[in-house]
Design a protein. Structure first.
Length: 340
């Protein structure tokens, strides 16, 4: 009976994450277009990056998500342009989703040290599923834990959906603060394979921001000379809502050049009886002067599912920023946001 209850709960989670909700990443700022398209060109240079997430690895069936992106800032027109490809795969139903998008942002200076960036993304997205692998509630026999082999004619074979989508966002920032908001799936693409005109992916709204505190700098001895070592502590929040579901992330990131340490709490009290007290997230990363940055984070599950059952989540990110060469001075100071 316990296995049967767990199977039913797993089917619910599969339907929630695979079809009705966006994938959650823990390293928000290492996956910039997933949190806000206004981050296009935010480094004021060229940038490429990849992200990989393995959620609940202890389960027999896995959730895998990945992203690859590139962007560049055109200083003459104060604009950032980028391209992003993202995907996710869930092995239980052999379902997968993907999205390829073009991103544009415009930077407007407000006074000497304050800026606002407007961003938009146009995307083409698709979903595919093999319903021969699905186990529906109508197939289960709660008395003996067995299930019938067929899910019905409507759920045989594979199904595909494709559509266009659009996202938009805005970002305000200064030397030490940032705050932004974004709306994803403005076209509300279909998510039902049976009634594509009846069920749509709800808009995902997000608000995020934070504040960075500069600490006393140190020195790095590279055997030839001493260079200043940046040290800072930042605090941030990330709130998102999609349909009935909402989530709040609160975190801190300590930068002790080149080492980065981060800690997040993910959870939000809700009036709905749904899992929302989700995880604690620990991160370690490195930001090298060459422009290479990489981070690893692990989600410790604190929900009712438990760490021993789910196995938490592993997430990796790699990013390379083409830093200025030949002594060229950057016109814009870097954003004070989290690096990961």
């Amino acid at each position: 009976m316990r296995k049967l209850i767990f199977l039913l709960g797993f089917i619910f989670l599969v339907s929630r994450y695979s079809f009705g909700q966006d994938i959650q990443y823990s390293q928000f700022y290492a996956n910039p277009f997933h949190i806000n398209p206004a981050f296009a060109g935010s480094t004021s240079e060229s940038r490429v990056g990849v992200n990989f997430r393995n959620q609940w690895p202890s389960l027999d069936q896995s959730f895998i998500a990945y992203t690859a992106y590139a962007d560049h800032f055109f200083e003459d027109i104060s604009s950032g342009v980028g391209i992003v490809f993202s995907g996710a795969k869930e092995s239980f139903t052999q379902s997968q989703q993907y999205e390829i998008g073009l991103v544009y942002s415009y930077r407007l200076q407000l006074g000497d040290k304050n800026f606002v960036q407007f961003g938009a993304q146009a995307s083409y997205a698709g979903r595919e599923s093999m319903f021969d692998k699905v186990i529906l509630g109508s197939q289960l026999n709660i008395d003996n834990g067995q299930y019938y082999s067929s899910a019905g004619d409507l759920f045989e074979g594979d199904s595909k959906l494709s559509s266009f989508d659009a996202h938009a966002g805005i970002l305000f920032y200064g030397e030490k603060y940032w705050i932004g908001g974004a709306a994803y799936h403005l076209l509300e693409p279909p998510v039902s394979y049976i009634e594509p005109d009846l069920y749509n992916l709800p808009v995902r709204y997000g608000v995020h921001g934070g504040y960075r505190i500069d600490l006393a700098p140190g020195n790095i001895n590279d055997y030839f000379n001493n260079t200043d070592q940046e040290r800072s502590l930042a605090f941030a929040f990330n709130y998102k809502k999609q349909g009935l579901y909402s989530q709040l992330d609160l975190g801190a990131e300590f930068y002790f050049q080149p080492l980065i340490l981060g800690l997040w709490y993910r959870g939000l009290p809700t009036k709905y009886e749904l899992p929302n007290n989700e995880s604690l997230i620990a991160l370690i990363g490195f930001s090298l002067k060459s422009g290479l940055e990489f981070g690893y984070s692990f989600d410790f599950s604190i929900s009712k599912m438990g760490q021993s059952v789910s196995g938490g989540a592993h997430e990796l990110s790699f990013r390379y920023v083409f830093v200025p060469r030949n002594g060229r001075k950057k016109r814009y100071a870097p954003l004070p946001t989290f690096r990961f």
